[in-house]
Design a protein around this ligand. Sequence first.
Ligand code: HAM
Length: 421
Amino acid sequence: MALTTSPRGTADIFGSNLETWLKLEGYIRDICRTYGYQELRTPMFEHTELFQRGIGETTDIVEKEMYTFTDRGGRSITLRPEGTAPVVRAFLEHNMGQGPLPVKLFYLGPMFRYERPQAGRYRQFHQFGLEVLGSADPLLDVETILLPVELYKTCGLEGFVVELNSIGCPECRPRYRDELKEYIRPHIGEMCSSCQARFERNPMRLLDCKNEGCRKVLAGAPVITDYLCPGCAEHFAQVRSYLDVLEVEYVLNPKLVRGFDYYTRTVFEVTFAGLGAQNAIGAGGRYDGLIEEVGGSPTPAVGFAVGVERLLLALESEGSFAPEARRPDAFIVQFGGETKVRAAKLMYELRRAGLHAEMDHLSRSVRAQMKAANRLNARWVLILGEEELLAGQAKLKDMDRGTEELVDLAVVRQHIQVGEE
Ligand code: HAM
């Protein structure tokens, strides 16, 4: 293990890459404000049982992807693999359901899954998620699709597709599950080992197996949308009709099932083809049973989460989202001694006035300081020579226009500020 390498599947975010993150985070906060979502920051870890109960014992995440450990007090703790169950826990803990409904929350932060790292798949990754709790209105299913779609568009992303399905409810799903099992049973021997293992306990998960042979078997399988109960069918019809009215483009994918047990009715995923195997840049759905499962009274809810790294990869591939490069407003060149003291005073004055000012800290020659100013792409360079200083002046170079003039030190700031406009 190299001490100078971060753990597999994790990354440092810094420099211009961080600028891009900050720009995206700004867009996220802006759109959440206009759509009326309040930020919620939950702990990075929760009691393991919350995820076992919430996400489901037989899901990939709970079976093999959680970072779980026993703390020094003997409690089983898990680094959050997703944000929905923690939001539900906080909603119940703080009795948010007693206030005005629906409660509309968003979160932005790291999630942890022990997955096999590859492009677009990490062990620590970030999600921007939103959850609407306390309403069964199909318009809110649509809102949780619309908001991320608007975000993608505002960022300039183009080639994404919204996939939509309904997976029914505990009333209509068992009949479909039985029919699906009957359809698959004669072919189960031809399917991959993970499909065989899931067949009895969670047969609907077989529908999104990527194995070629399994896909062939499932090509003619019955589809859930033919088995929806009247309530689920009506809900799904309304979701589609609102999407049409609001001109949100989508494709129906009857095989979209999602890897969490908490979903009911609407599920959706947004894919971006340019990303290869890990092509989902966001996903979500309705989870009308989860709040009761975690210990609350029956409360409908719906939500969505965007994978931040994947969205940034998609944006990078379209080359449409570079933030403006940052540059110092001024670099102050000095000759050591008293000129350095004056330079320091001036630098902090400029900073106090909101300007980004820099100077040398490595005792470099004047030539090398000029080079450093160039490397930083400083907008102005101020040269504090001893003689000019005696006259209370300094040489100010406009690095964009290539001009220079002698200015009074008392008005340097005004010169720079006017020049910036
Ligand atoms: P999810 O599909 O597991 O859903 O994750 C949502 C998004 O997070 C994915 O579409 C993907 O962009 C990103 N993502 C997931 N795993 C990784 C990973 N290992 N590396 C990088 N990015 C990843 C959920 O987590 C649900 N809680 C969404 C939700 C919210 N449903 C209702 N409300």
